[in-house]
Design a binder for this molecule. Structure first.
Ligand code: SF4
Ligand code: SF4
Length: 338
């Protein structure tokens, strides 16, 4: 953990973003309401994800490895579309990526079986999106229904990731959800995010301010009662009540590069793309990094203050590198921190 933080800090000082997110395919057999990846403005409005020329086979394998070598991330998130549409390519890629020391997360609906070998792979996390109890989930996420998920995660140690929408805010709902998934032996941990709307969005998914406060209070209690919710501590949950007001204040957005399915098109300002409403952000990674940022480090300094100072150094290093003068210094900073 400490090694990861120090190494990530070294990357920031050297002008790299320590996190990378890749939309590995434009395809997905699901049509989830509120899916941001297929939103009209996800890629800025000129093109939508389903229109991008994505890659397959060896071209995809080589392309992903090339992006990873250029970005040098510590943490890589493979999202979609549905990554399991490209499970054959992933069977080749994942051992190589994790073998390079990259902590890799695959975010999937588990619409098809998760390959057995993934269960034993070091530095790999398989994160399955499950949005609510069976009636609501199956209505939203068929064909990735509860029955299929339970079959397809057999023998794995998955992370269940639930994005809470307004449909899931009745009292006691999340407790029932946590009890069901905590009891599954193939589940290692449970995460809750909150639905993040786009600016001006009025949808059935968007939480009202009173929902948000009640949901956070409920997850706080669940954190005490369910050990598999160990990552959802009070410091992180505080982030859901006080999100950054803009992408420029979001440590997660600033430390994460996001690339879409042609492996070229950037997704900005964060993985949601478009114009996300930061004041209603429910991204767990953003809340988690904000919690680290509030942590007192030494001499009255908070980790976040050190991060923003380091980011300024990193920007300077990037400019120098672009001018061809900073390469050796940047390498020294990065390797010195590892
Ligand atoms: S599984 Fe993911 S990418 Fe596919 S429609 Fe649902 S939210 Fe969108
Ligand atoms: S992760 Fe949340 S706070 Fe950060 S830029 Fe995206 S919407 Fe804004």
């Amino acid at each position: 953990m400490i090694g990861g933080v120090v190494s990530g800090w070294g990357r920031i000082l050297a002008g790299f973003q320590p996190n990378l997110s890749i939309e590995i395919t434009r395809e997905c057999p699901l049509r989830c309401p509120g899916c941001y990846a297929y939103g009209d403005d996800h890629l800025g409005g000129d093109v939508v994800l389903r229109e991008l020329a994505d890659l397959k086979g060896q071209a995809l394998i080589d392309g992903v490895l090339d992006v990873v070598r250029r970005h040098k991330p510590i943490h890589l998130s493979i999202v979609g579309g549905e990554p399991l549409v490209r499970f054959r390519e992933l069977e080749t890629l994942l051992p190589q990526l994790t073998g390079m020391g990259v902590h890799t997360q695959v975010v999937t609906s588990a619409v098809r079986p998760i390959p057995e070998s993934w269960a034993r792979m070091k530095r790999l996390q398989v994160c399955v999106s499950i949005d609510g109890l069976q009636p609501e989930h199956d209505a939203r996420r068929a064909p990735a229904t509860y029955d299929r998920i339970l079959k397809h995660i057999k023998g794995q140690q998955i992370t269940v990731h639930c994005t809470v929408t307004r449909q899931q805010t009745r009292p006691g709902y999340l407790r029932e959800f946590a009890a069901f998934w905590s009891a599954q032996q193939d589940v290692k941990r449970l995460w809750f995010s909150l639905y993040t709307p786009q600016m001006g969005e009025e949808s059935a998914e968007r939480l009202l301010p009173e929902d948000r406060a009640r949901v956070v209070a409920e997850i706080t209690a669940l954190h005490r009662d369910f050990p598999k919710l160990r990552d959802m501590g009070p410091a992180l949950l505080q982030g859901y009540l006080n999100p950054p007001s803009a992408p420029g204040e979001c440590i997660f957005a600033q430390t994460t590069a996001c690339v879409s399915a042609d492996l070229k098109t950037p997704i900005t300002p964060c993985q949601f793309g478009g114009k996300p409403d930061c004041r209603q952000c429910g991204c767990m990674a953003s809340a988690g990094l904000a919690a680290i940022g509030r942590h007192n480090v030494a001499l009255g300094l908070k980790a976040g203050q050190i991060y923003w100072m380091s980011q300024r150094v990193g920007k300077q290093m990037r400019r120098l590198r672009a001018n061809g003068r900073g390469r050796s210094t940047a390498a020294a900073v990065t390797s010195g921190a590892e």
